[in-house]
Design a protein around this ligand. Sequence first.
Ligand SMILES: CC(C)(COP(=O)(O)OP(=O)(O)OC[C@H]1O[C@@H](n2cnc3c(N)ncnc32)[C@H](O)[C@@H]1OP(=O)(O)O)[C@@H](O)C(=O)NCCC(=O)NCCS
Length: 183
Amino acid sequence: MHFLSDINVVSQPQPLIYRLATLSDLPAIILINQQTLPENYSLSTWNYLLNFGLIYCAEEPQTQKIVGYCVELPSFFGTDSFSKLPVVVQNWLGNNSMSLIYSIAVLPEWSGQKIGSNLLQICLNATQSKVVLLQARKSNETAQRLYLKYGFQYLLEYLNYYSLPFGQRENAYFMYWQNLRMF
Ligand SMILES: CC(C)(COP(=O)(O)OP(=O)(O)OC[C@H]1O[C@@H](n2cnc3c(N)ncnc32)[C@H](O)[C@@H]1OP(=O)(O)O)[C@@H](O)C(=O)NCCC(=O)NCCS
């Protein structure tokens, strides 16, 4: 006969919950962004993204810890990303409903578990845009592989787009995804 205290109960990991973020998730999302990317945004930018964009997050249900996020900003006319595009691309985008994947990140200890894939897929499945754009550092091959896997294509290489330490600059790839449901 076993007493309950003799049995080593190992709790099974539960599937992550994917959902839209709310205001109370912002602190955790901001921490993930600061931990994983050099592009960190002010609190007012995050509030703007929450109000005018869609922030998807992945939550570990047992601890309710947020482990990843993906931000889509529909209609990004007037943003830095838009103004840096060549006019011919601006005109093409201007004729389409479009959105920008503003940022995507997964905590390092949770990476490689398809969380980034799931977040991106959920975002692309739900988007109302005809064209989704994003930028990646040229050196960020992991992110580019993820985007290529989900059908993004290279649009252009923007010289010296990102800053690096010691005043250096790095090129960006602008990539786009066409929503075949809407063409
Ligand atoms: C990019 C990122 C969001 C991917 O999230 P993830 O949950 O780790 O990715 P997934 O497990 O869904 O893997 C997706 C694809 O990314 C690539 N990838 C993921 N981890 C990788 C690694 N360690 N090395 C090489 N490629 C990797 C693979 O192509 C993988 O697809 P595959 O497993 O079918 O080959 C995550 O690495 C991250 O947060 N990076 C730091 C922030 C960042 O760079 N954001 C993007 C800015 S443009």
